[in-house]
Design a protein around this ligand. Structure first.
Ligand SMILES: *Cc1c(COP(=O)(O)O)cnc(C)c1O
Length: 410
């Protein structure tokens, strides 16, 4: 008899986006003449940069010729991409890595979800709230999250609320936590930490032997000077942090699939007897066993992002989205709504007026302004009373959505 991993049975269904879809569909059926603008999706809409398309076309041609054909590549990624990553994403900021510290992958979701493979099931876990659901659900699957309590929180997870009251800066826990997930710039709130604020986390991790799992998927959207692009800009972070990066939002790779993970050589964790083990060695072993590399064509596409033409092209797209964010932030503020994020991230996190619930505001906005957002409570209990809008839509849609919201609230 095959037995299932019963931890999976503890997972409540993830209904957020299907619930939103149902409500939007109901509206469309009952109001066939109204056109609805969706600012709810967390997916990019601009096409791939032409440098990537050209590089991928060329790679396809190589695959068609027996002299240049490539089969399995290195599980960790090709050196041409790893070298470009190190040079352009790190050395340019005074951070140095050797090629064995970079692991190219098929996107940050895979590695943020899989990293738990190399960590014991009984580590305690800390997360900011609201949160990208992958961090918690992947820990539930391995039994690390404990049991779901009546208040909607997992028994072995420490929640660090981020809300307007603390300016979206999570308090450092007043107890030891073994593993902490941080995502900056943040999805869903669009907020960031400054260098001194992030340094407090690195200092906490070093003092408490905590492992920080740092998701920097939105690093490329940072506009302000004092916001760190990498956790390794903070001294000591190589001893306590793994960093996840993605080309998904940076360069429109959500459908192509490529990202990378940094596991520094200095980073260790303990065995029960207190022996220190380098996590780089374990992650490499894990990848070589369970992952056979990102496709050659994809990695050539990603490499092209780092050419000077590539940098120019991705900046144009990012500027397009960030202009949307500006339009939305300004529009909402002039409608009297309190708005967070949208400065260093493509997400706007708005406080619902009059403290009404996330879902109620979502429905009102759908019915009165025909604009769709994502109820903040869908990302965790501290998201109640907030709503997320994304800047990944069309510029003209953002302008029109703001016009509608303004006239609705006037
Ligand atoms: C979009 C996103 C990612 C990227 O996921 P990919 O698998 O690389 O597409 C990672 N983390 C967060 C928080 C995200 O919102």
């Amino acid at each position: 008899m095959a037995l299932v991993n019963e931890h999976f049975l503890k997972l409540p269904g993830s209904y957020l986006f299907s619930d939103i879809g149902k409500k939007v569909n109901t509206f469309k059926i009952t109001h066939p003449k109204q056109d609805v603008i969706s600012l709810g999706i967390g997916d990019v809409t601009r096409p791939l940069p032409s440098v990537c398309i050209e590089a991928m076309h060329k790679a396809v041609e190589e695959m068609a010729n027996e002299n240049t054909f490539r089969g399995y590549g290195p599980e960790q990624g090709y050196d041409f991409l790893i070298d470009a990553i190190i040079k352009h994403d790190y050395v340019s900021r005074g951070i140095h890595f050797t090629s064995t510290e970079v692991f190219v992958n098929d996107g940050a979701k895979s590695d943020t979800g899989n990293i738990g493979d190399i960590l014991r099931h009984d580590n305690s876990v800390g997360v900011t709230d609201p949160i990208y659901p992958v961090y918690i659900d992947s820990n539930v699957m391995s039994g690390r999250a404990g049991i779901l309590e009546a208040n909607g929180q997992w028994s072995n997870v420490t929640y660090m609320p981020c809300n307007a009251e603390n300016n979206f800066i999570p308090d450092i826990p007043n107890k030891r936590v073994d593993i902490v997930y941080l995502c900056y710039p943040n999805n869903p709130t669009g907020t960031t930490l400054t260098k001194p604020q992030l340094k407090k986390w690195v200092d906490y991790a070093l003092a408490n032997d905590t492992l920080i799992l740092f998701d920097a998927a939105y690093e490329a959207f940072i506009q302000e000077e004092n916001v760190p692009h990498s956790i390794y800009e903070i001294k000591g972070a190589k001893k306590c942090a793994i960093e996840f990066r993605s080309f998904s939002k940076t360069a429109g790779f959500t459908g192509v699939r490529c990202g990378y993970t940094i596991v520094p050589k200095e980073l260790t964790a303990a065995t029960l007897t207190g022996e220190r083990v380098p996590l780089n060695r374990l992650w490499n072993r894990r990848q070589c066993t369970k992952f056979n590399g990102t496709s050659y064509i994809t990695q050539r596409g990603a490499e092209a992002i780092y050419t000077s033409e590539g940098k120019k092209q991705i900046k144009e797209t990012i500027d397009y989205y960030m202009d949307n964010a500006k339009t939305m932030k300004k529009g909402l503020e002039s409608a009297g709504i309190k708005v967070y994020g949208g400065v260093n991230a493509p997400y706007i996190w708005l406080k619902t007026p009059g403290d009404i619930g996330s879902w109620r505001f979502f429905e009102q906005m759908l019915y009165e302004a025909n604009v769709v957002g994502t109820p903040g409570v869908g990302f965790g209990p501290s998201g109640e009373g907030y709503l997320r809008l994304t800047a990944f839509g069309k510029a003209e849609d953002c302008v029109e959505a703001m016009r509608r919201i303004k006239s609705w609230l006037a």
